[in-house]
Design a protein around this ligand. Structure first.
Ligand SMILES: C[S@@+](CC[C@H](N)C(=O)[O-])C[C@H]1O[C@@H](n2cnc3c(N)ncnc32)[C@H](O)[C@@H]1O
Length: 413
């Protein structure tokens, strides 16, 4: 039976057996989590009542959004996936697995929409069709950006260290120093660093920045045209706030309203970035000073690519408006560069968000951008650089992804 499931899945996994086995493994976890089974041997390691495994915060459409799916639970049990399916699963569960594999193969339903979540930076982002599933390429540059920004917030503070490579150390270190550091930081710099995420979708970028940057240093805004995207972004925000509450996150100094328990406050709003007037856009921010950093993963697939080259997993399930853009896929980049340069980015005080004399040195040393836009690849570089030059960005750079493909264009005025 296990072999039959693998064979069924193969066409969806580029005929890669390892990938097919991996997908089955995730589906087995999902069924276990959803139906609250317990395949444990005597030590109960595999129990879904184990807190590691089943910290359920939001129940929506009968999907449990677990805080953390722990792969080791099964390994500790010494049961292979084949054994779980063939010996421990009930007839009903095997039927469910069969149905999910059918959905995956016959309807091209992406695995992330079946499982209901996708890991992104340190978060578990809830996924729902037709809102775009967060991609690893976006996650990669978001991490890179977080690392750079943390240098900016560590100005003049020898106690505060942030090292994305060592999560365990970070948690311990941050718990110890954040409170002390924050008081010091906020006393010295009463201004927040304003970040705008244009085309926010599930909110994955905005929420990761809010979660990973030091507490109370930033105010983050996410905008999107789609009601589906905004309600998912708000669901993710509520879910993560709830997780942080449950984890006794030490955030007493946080002045956030709206029961916002992430490190930094996030606000999502509906806005059409192509059509809205400058007044409409600016009215969402309440920021007289301007925005310090604009990030965006906008739609960037050209109409021709959309019609000819798109995988059915994407085309049938993800919103066309999240994917396709005019002008060879660069329509949004042009508009965002124009708005950023002329209206949105902070202009006063020499583009600086506080007066620390080291700020400029840090920005130069770590090449911290004011604008980060994801692109589809090398074919869009020339056009996007042209827009940036046209709107007076004096410094531009290209960030490549792990496969060596041009993935982001970043810039400063
Ligand atoms: C490629 S998705 C990115 C989603 C998310 N930032 C991510 O990285 O997973 C693009 C998003 O742009 C939104 N969008 C499309 N047209 C828009 C417009 N005119 N104004 C604002 N948002 C728009 C879509 O709804 C979609 O959520």
């Amino acid at each position: 039976m296990y072999q039959r499931f693998i064979r069924q899945l193969l066409p969806k996994c580029s005929h890669n057996v390892i990938q097919a086995k991996q997908e089955i493994k995730w589906l087995v976890f999902y069924i276990n989590n959803k139906y609250n089974n317990n395949y444990s041997s005597s030590n109960n390691n595999c129990s879904s009542s184990n807190n590691n495994y089943n910290n359920i915060n939001y129940i929506d459409n009968n999907i449990n959004y677990s805080d953390n799916i722990n792969l080791n639970d099964y390994n500790n049990n010494n049961l292979s996936i084949k054994e779980i399916i063939e010996k421990k699963f009930s007839e009903k569960e095997r039927e469910i697995l069969n149905e999910l594999i059918k959905e995956r193969v016959e309807q091209s339903k992406p695995l992330q929409y079946i499982l209901g979540t996708q890991p992104f930076c340190d978060l578990e982002i809830i996924t729902k069709p037709p809102v775009l599933i967060p991609r690893w390429e976006t996650e990669e540059w978001t991490y890179q950006l977080i690392t750079k920004l943390n240098h900016l917030f560590s100005i003049n503070n020898n106690n505060y260290k942030y090292n994305n490579d060592d999560k365990k150390y970070n948690k311990k270190y941050n718990k110890k120093y954040n409170k002390k550091y924050n008081k010091k930081y906020n006393k010295k710099y009463n201004k927040k660093y304003n970040i705008l995420d244009i085309c926010t979708g599930s909110g994955c970028i905005a929420l990761s920045l809010a979660n990973s940057l030091p507490p109370n240093t930033c105010q983050i805004y996410g905008i999107d045209i789609s009601d589906d995207a905004l309600s998912l972004a708000n669901l993710n925000l509520a879910n993560l706030n709830n997780n942080n509450n449950n984890n006794n996150h030490d955030n007493n100094d946080n002045n956030n309203s709206n029961n916002n328990k992430m490190n930094n406050q996030v606000k999502f709003s509906k806005l059409d970035i192509l059509q809205s007037s400058i007044e409409e856009i600016k009215s969402l921010f309440n920021e007289d000073d301007g925005i310090d950093l604009i990030v965006s993963n906008p739609p960037y697939i050209s109409p021709m690519e959309y019609n000819n080259n798109l995988d059915p997993d994407v085309k049938l399930w993800e919103d066309k408006c999240a994917l396709m853009a005019n002008d060879d896929g660069t329509e949004f980049h042009n508009r965002i560069a124009y708005l950023a340069s002329n209206y949105l980015l902070r202009r006063n005080n020499n583009n600086k968000f506080h007066d620390d004399e080291n700020q400029e040195i840090i920005i130069k040393k770590y090449q911290i951008p004011q604008l980060v836009m994801e692109i589809g690849g090398s074919h869009q570089v020339e056009k996007v650089i042209h827009y940036l030059n046209k709107y007076h960005f004096g410094w531009t750079q290209i960030w490549k992804d792990a496969t060596g493909k041009e993935r982001c264009i970043v810039a400063r005025l």
